[in-house]
Design a protein around this ligand. Structure first.
Ligand code: UFG
Length: 336
């Protein structure tokens, strides 16, 4: 439980995508710190049952008029946290029109609506998928951004728009480039609920629980110690913490920054499965499968800038805790 990191008493936050996996954890942490979250969501991927802190407004960012009206109703809010987007990398390759529309058009409408209110602070959820293929690990924010997935391209386009609004209109922003969000709140009342699920940890937990007979490990011939891909898994409450730290940094005078949010520790797909077997006490049946399109061999963050600019250090992200909390959430959800 992370309580009282920074006193947000008397502050409201518009959390776009507050019904989603990361958004719901952000709302809870705002509430834990005496602030008030206001969720904006169209609930296409998020869940109404995950909005447990503050009110929600059912709004689709692609609808410029409705977005404008929603912001006008909350025109005194200073800080907007924007997490809503299409995220499934594989689907983006097949449906780029929908991805650009939802992510880029939606973000532009949000930025335009913000200009007509008091909101002059934006915390934007970007991704390590905006970087290109590189072997320079840990990844620095200065690494060239040549995303090859549609998903990464949409996020990079939004990063550019935000920078332009900063230069021309004085928008203050922190763009958080998340690595692999994982785990769940200790309470087990919110967690990762994607449909369809494509992420490694929830799929492996389903296999451990016997809810799917077997799973696939995509690629066992990578140039890594055990041949499987390496990622940087950061606990969702550490991601939420980065948002609170961003608000604090604004108060301390930060006006614009792009910041990696990861742990700096690379973990292989097989290490994830082994930890799940240890924590759950159940085997994870899997088959080696061909590489998945678009997967990079390894990705892990350099966290120096996050520490310097946001005073951010992960607190919840040891792998055991990530798996334990994710397992706790799924067991409650599946009634195991
Ligand atoms: N994997 C499997 N089997 C599965 C699912 C995943 O082997 O059933 C592997 C993937 O091939 C990859 C690793 O597990 O090697 C992690 O895959 P995830 O889908 O869990 O996560 P990604 O690293 O692909 O995606 C995450 C975020 C994206 C973001 C991306 C940036 O979910 O939003 O990081 O790399 F774009």
């Amino acid at each position: 439980m992370t309580k009282s990191i920074y006193n947000l008493q008397g502050r409201e936050f518009i959390v776009v995508g507050g019904g989603g996996y990361i958004g719901s954890h952000v709302c809870k942490m705002i509430d834990d710190n005496s602030g008030t979250p206001i969720t904006f969501d169209n609930f296409s991927a998020g869940h109404k049952h995950a909005v447990k802190w503050g009110q929600y407004v059912d709004v689709d960012l692609r609808d410029r008029k409705a977005t404008h009206a929603a912001f006008q109703k909350h025109k005194n809010v200073k800080t907007v946290i924007h997490l809503a987007s299409s995220i499934e990398v594989g689907i983006g390759e097949k449906q780029p029109a929908e991805f650009y529309d939802n992510n880029v058009t939606g973000a532009l409408n949000l930025l335009m609506a913000m200009r007509e209110t008091d909101a002059d602070r934006l915390i934007f959820s970007s991704t390590c998928a905006t970087y290109g293929e590189t072997t320079n690990m840990p990844l620095l924010e200065t690494e060239p951004q040549n995303p090859f997935s549609v998903y990464g391209k949409t996020k990079l386009a939004i990063e550019g728009m935000i920078q332009s609004f900063h230069k021309a209109y004085g928008l203050n922003y922190v763009t958080l480039r998340y690595f692999n969000a994982s785990g769940a709140d200790d309470s087990g009342e919110i967690g990762e609920e994607h449909n369809p699920e494509t992420h490694l940890i929830p799929i492996a937990l389903e296999a451990a629980a016997g809810r799917r007979p077997r799973m696939k490990i995509f690629g066992t011939d990578y140039g890594t110690p055990d041949g499987t891909c390496i990622r940087d898994y950061i606990h969702v409450n550490d991601i939420a913490l980065a948002h609170i730290k961003s608000e604090q940094a604004f108060d301390n005078g930060l006006s614009n920054a792009e910041v990696n949010i990861g742990t700096g520790v690379g973990i292989s797909n097989l290490e994830i499965l082994q930890t799940i077997e240890r924590v759950t006490g159940k085997p994870v049946p899997y088959d080696a499968a061909p590489r998945r399109d678009g997967d990079l061999t390894q990705l892990y963050a350099d966290g120096t800038r996050a520490k310097e600019l946001l005073e951010f250090m992960p607190q919840h992200s040891n792998l055991e805790n990530i798996i334990k909390t994710a397992w706790n959430f799924h067991r409650q959800k599946w009634d195991l």
